[in-house]
Design a protein around this ligand. Sequence first.
Ligand SMILES: [Zn+2]
Ligand SMILES: [Zn+2]
Length: 102
Amino acid sequence: MVSQMTTETHCRNGHRRTDANTYTYPGGLRWTCKTCQKKTHLAYKKERHEARGWTAGQPWGGPRVCRNGHRRTKASTYTSPSGQKQCHTCKLTTDNLYNQTR
Ligand SMILES: [Zn+2]
Ligand SMILES: [Zn+2]
C-alpha cells in the first residue's frame, strides 16, 4: 500500500518509513512521517509554554509564581467564571484594598 504512492523509504529527516509510521493525507498523494509530526508538535508545545513562562509538569498550566511573586499551587489558584486564572493571595489582597478604600 505504501509503496504504491511513492518510492520514498525514509522521511526527509531520515526516519524509516513504515506503515505504522506513515500518515497519509486524504487523497493519498501526500504522506508525512509520524515521528517527525510528533516531534514538531512537542517542540511547538514546549516553545509555546516557554513563551508564556510555563514550565513542564504543571497540570493546571500556569507559571510557578504569580505576578506578585506568590507561590502558585492548585489550591491557591482561583479560576474565575470566565476561565481566567488568578492568584488567590492576590485576589484576597485586592479585595481587602478594595474594601479599605471604600
Ligand atoms: Zn521523520
Ligand atoms: Zn499572588
